[in-house]
Design a protein around this ligand. Structure first.
Ligand SMILES: Cc1cc2nc3c(=O)[nH]c(=O)nc-3n(C[C@H](O)[C@H](O)[C@H](O)COP(=O)(O)O)c2cc1C
Length: 320
């Protein structure tokens, strides 16, 4: 076990264990969190956790801002452990983007019935109230804590092998951050159709080719197959509601302004970029069809930020 006092996010932080291990951040005096804090910290480091100890943020000037600065300056998302009296600083720091800042929150309390105000449901990350004085024998609290961390802040990378759990494959693919597009065309009756798709990719500059993948299960698959043209509309950060609307059933064009260029395929007004395409090839690929389009016209807005999608959630660009 090692100990050194680095400064992170403007705070003096004690460090125990291997810095390459996943971080467990203790907020406040460790003696206030564990019955025997040295034993608990040792158990955590032996279980492959890098334990950092930060000062309590209660009472400090702008405690929430200081805690958020510390969390954003850490090299990876920590598991947080705090006492109930730190919650007035911790809960606001984790609201809205909590899951991006911490993997999970453990609240050390003498009474396991304690609920963090305004309730764990309000936080977008797993919360566990750890009863520290429940008369458990030596090691029992640590075992329960390490079990919780293994479930919600796993140490090991997750693996997928062909034929195993498709959810794991989906999660692995979700590590690739994408933009979000709305793909559109006109049906045989000249009605606009479209859906949200993040499977867009550029393919070739000469000739100018792009692609998107359409699930065979899409209600629009035959219409896209029949259409000679389609358009790709890349969404900007303000168009998350449009992305939501085009991924749900209903009249998707009701609340969006659009125009037609040369082929009639709907071009969403104000999109970050739009590409009008002639369908070049349709490739059958498992449960999707790959539509390759030859770009005939494009327009883009040079200043707006894109809407991003990563690990199943919408994101925005972050400049540090
Ligand atoms: C961010 C995001 C990306 C998506 N990407 C695709 C995609 O690339 N291909 C696809 O077929 N469906 C994709 N979908 C799902 C479709 O938008 C959704 O299933 C839609 O309801 C299909 O509509 P349809 O059946 O009317 O065609 C995505 C959904 C979201 C929210």
């Amino acid at each position: 076990m090692t100990q050194s006092p680095p400064r992170i996010g403007g705070q003096d932080v004690e460090s125990w264990g291997d810095p390459d291990d996943p971080i467990v951040l203790l907020i406040g005096r460790p003696a206030a969190l564990f019955g025997d804090w040295r034993r608990s910290v040792r158990a955590l480091t032996e279980a492959g956790r890098h334990v950092l100890i930060a000062p309590a943020f209660d009472g400090a000037d702008d405690p929430t801002g200081r805690l958020r600065r510390l969390l954003t300056d850490l090299p990876s998302r920590p598991a947080l452990i705090c006492a109930g009296d730190s919650l007035p600083a911790v809960i606001p720091a984790l609201q809205v983007t909590g899951a991006a800042l911490a993997s999970c929150l453990v609240i050390s309390a003498s009474d396991a019935a304690v609920q963090p105000p305004p309730g764990p449901a309000a936080l977008d990350l797993p919360v566990w109230v750890m009863a520290r004085d429940d008369g458990a024998g030596p090691g029992e609290v640590e075992d329960a804590l390490i079990g919780f961390l293994e479930r919600h802040a796993p140490r090991e990378a997750l693996h997928y092998h062909a034929g195993s759990d498709p959810r794991t494959l989906r999660d692995a693919l979700g590590c690739f951050a994408t933009g979000v597009t709305v793909v559109t065309t006109l049906d045989e009756a000249g009605q606009p159709i479209g859906l949200t798709a993040n499977s867009f990719s550029s393919v070739s500059l000469d000739p100018p080719l792009i692609l998107f993948c359409l699930a065979r299960s899409s209600a629009n698959v035959e219409r896209f197959r029949q259409a000679a043209h389609f358009a790709i509309n890349v969404l900007h950060i303000g168009q998350q509601p449009t992305s939501g609307a085009f991924a749900r059933p209903g009249d998707r064009f009701q609340d969006v302004a659009w125009e037609a260029w040369d082929t009639g395929a709907p071009i969403l007004s104000g999109a970050l970029a739009s590409f009008e395409c002639a369908t070049d090839q349709i490739v059958e690929a498992g449960d999707h069809l790959v539509f390759i389009g030859r770009v005939t016209r494009a327009r883009f807005e040079p200043r707006r930020d894109p809407l991003l999608y990563f690990r199943g959630k919408y994101r925005r660009l972050h400049f540090s």
